[in-house]
Write a protein that binds this ligand. Sequence first.
Ligand code: SF4
Length: 215
Amino acid sequence: MIKKPQSYVGKNVITCEIAAAYTFCKLKAYFLLNLGKQEAQHEHISILKEETNKNRENYLSMIKMKIQEAKPYSPEEMKKGISTLLDANFTFGDLEAYADVLTRVEQSSSQIGHIYVPTIVIGTYKLSKDQKLLLAFSGYVLSKLQKEKVPFGTIITNGNVAHIIKLESLYKEIESLLMIITKWVDTHNSESPPIILNNHCPLSPFLETCEKKSL
Ligand code: SF4
């Protein structure tokens, strides 16, 4: 059981980072939910972030040059049906997601004839499970917002290579992890998951805490 810092009390927001952390370690997701993002980071994570930011900047500049209509995301621009929305932070209830680009695709089953699908940019050549889950979380929140299932999304890896990812099977995973995380949110002073040291620990910002506790 941990005490939330005052600045974080009452926020109870489930972000894509928390969902992705759950794939590595339940306790890491629990810590992120209750304590928020940590400033101190492993060097490898900082390098990865730099690479991601560089790729994101390049990708977004390319999109802006190619698609004149592209605009920064806002719920209003989304309602207008603008073809390409950039840098999108969107929420549904206590779920908070992010996509670098939202692209409108025509879909006859949708009441308004189209839906938006997410694209995220990453800083690696290969795709990992947590990166796919980040995308799926965005797709899941977008599905809730649009009242229409988002069937796929795109991940852009190093060198601007686009990978289209089917999201349906990942939604099941999102739903089961959300059941647990929502219980943490709803239960005052919920019991934290046990410390299970694993391969991801050296990169985790909570390593020191866990090492001290497991002594
Ligand atoms: S240090 Fe390891 S056990 Fe502790 S939260 Fe991080 S990943 Fe989980």
